[in-house]
Design a protein around this ligand. Structure first.
Ligand code: PLI
Length: 465
């Protein structure tokens, strides 16, 4: 008689959904890929998506929607004013994020523009837990100066700490002391911190930021783009939250802020859309009168009715614990696999992406020769996997001196779209990264041959040195 092998005590988990529709993928030949990346000026933003095999450029707007969201798309009320889908969206945001007043925007940067214009005066300072490209751009365009107050640990890719997105309270207090509270219109708190590797901020830290700013009458606006993923990390890592739901944690987290900007294209499981939410009525009235200038009427803000419905439903799905377990679990699967093979990745693995440490990959390429840009191009050439540079190119130039910023983190982001790729795609990606790692000593740097005026990483072009 054959005996059965012992079975594991705990069972594997799987995605809380099954696939109903598929989109074919194609892989170009090695020669075609080499030509495509050269024609794209070694910038993965300039590749055609038809030339990409596995697209890990971004998790922004690349989500797969559920059947319930698609059904909602058929219920779009495309009225110019007062669409029923706006009220559904408003109710979902009020219920799950807890803010009082809401206006949709075409995407996150639309909300950033409005918030910056109504709050920031020339000469102001805007502290934040690390910069984000579009956020800082709008703060600077409104005359403000961004001041990085993230904890110093965030700049070290190897440190294994649970909340590397925290605000450095001493640095924030020192800034308030130095420039005075009147020059700080608000603190911009991002959850999670994209440029630090998708690292979360703890509830304890958020409460402490609230306590400090309250003493000085300074507002806090949240960049809530990935706040649901942040809530999942709080549940996993922070004492006292294991028994709470993601939805409960999100609501508590947002309660320590005065409003938020939001790119719905990430957590909220849609392909387009965003919002600005505020608790202060007078500020909301200012915002909604500017929304009509840049976005559209305050009840659609650049969004179609059907898209608002999809986002309202996406919010409801995004705060389910099962969804978050699977979403962040997939990112961890890829990251831990690479880490286990000795490939240098930002630790711990973040919520939406695995970040390759390009400085450790290519220590022989100086930062001014764009090692992360070169690494993203090499990965595409190897397998058609598209990633994104998050280093010196993304960091741009100092607005006063015009000099390049030299961020400590020189990273390539493998960003995982939500509900799109399978475990096998993660395996293929990991194998390609490993192949590029094996060839690392042969890599050379790049030279920038075209630099656009704003947010250069999107459209800059390079050649091989
Ligand atoms: O791409 P938008 O305009 O919907 O959102 C801008 C934006 C604001 N904050 C944060 C933290 C982001 O990550 C963000 C957009 N991120 C992109 C496009 C990304 O690829 O990460």
């Amino acid at each position: 008689m054959t005996t059965l092998k012992p079975r594991p005590a705990t069972r594997s988990w799987a995605e809380p959904w099954k696939v109903k529709m598929v989109e074919p993928l194609h892989m170009l030949t090695a020669d075609q890929r080499s030509r495509a990346i050269a024609e794209a000026g070694f910038n993965t933003f300039l590749l055609r998506s038809d030339d990409v095999y596995i697209d890990l450029l971004t998790d922004s707007g690349t989500n797969a929607m559920s059947d319930w969201q698609w059904a909602g798309m058929m219920l779009g009320d495309e009225a110019y004013a007062g669409s029923r889908n706006f009220y559904n969206l408003e109710a979902a945001i009020q219920k799950h994020y807890g803010y009082r007043f809401v206006t949709p925007t075409h995407q996150g940067r639309g909300a950033e523009n409005i918030l910056s214009q109504i709050c920031i005066k020339p000469g102001d300072y805007v502290p934040g837990n690390m910069y984000f490209t579009t956020t800082r751009h709008h703060q600077e365009a409104a005359g403000g100066t961004f001041v990085d107050v993230v904890v110093p640990e965030a700049h070290d890719p190897r440190l294994e700490l649970p909340f590397k997105g925290n605000v450095d309270l001493k640095a924030l207090a020192a800034l308030i002391e130095k420039v005075g509270a009147k020059k700080i219109p608000y603190v911009c708190v991002a959850a999670t911190v994209n440029m630090a590797g998708g690292q979360p901020i703890s509830m304890e830290n958020m409460k402490a930021v609230r306590a400090l700013t309250k003493q000085h009458g300074i507002r806090i606006f949240l960049d809530a783009t990935r706040a649901v993923e942040n809530a999942w990390f709080i549940k996993q890592r922070e004492a006292g939250y294991a028994g709470k739901t993601v939805a409960e944690i999100l609501l508590e987290f947002c309660s320590y802020s005065d409003g938020c900007t939001m790119s719905g294209k990430k957590d909220a499981l849609v392909n387009i859309g965003g919002w600005l939410a505020l608790n202060d009525q007078a500020l909301y009235e200012e915002a909604s009168s500017l929304v009509v200038v840049y976005e559209g009427l305050h009840t659609y803000g650049g969004m179609a009715g059907r898209d608002m419905e999809a986002m309202a439903r996406g919010i409801v799905e995004s705060v389910q614990d099962d969804h978050m377990r699977s979403r962040v679990g997939q990112v961890e699967y890829l990251g831990e696999k690479l880490h286990g093979w000795g490939v240098p990745v930002v630790r711990p693995i973040g919520g939406h992406a695995v970040y390759l440490d390009a400085k450790a990959f290519y220590p022989h390429i100086p930062q001014d020769q764009f090692p992360a840009q070169a690494l993203a191009a090499a990965l595409y050439e190897d397998s058609g996997v598209r990633a994104m540079e998050r280093g010196i190119v993304s960091a741009g130039r100092d607005k006063v001196t015009g000099e390049n910023h030299h961020p400590k983190l020189e990273l390539v982001r493998l960003t995982i779209p939500r509900r799109v790729y399978t475990q096998a795609h993660m395996d293929v990606t990991a194998e390609s990264v490993a192949a590029v790692w094996d060839e690392r000593k042969k890599a050379t740097g790049l030279e920038m041959v075209f630099e656009p005026k704003h947010l250069r990483f999107f459209q800059a072009r390079f050649k091989r040195r």
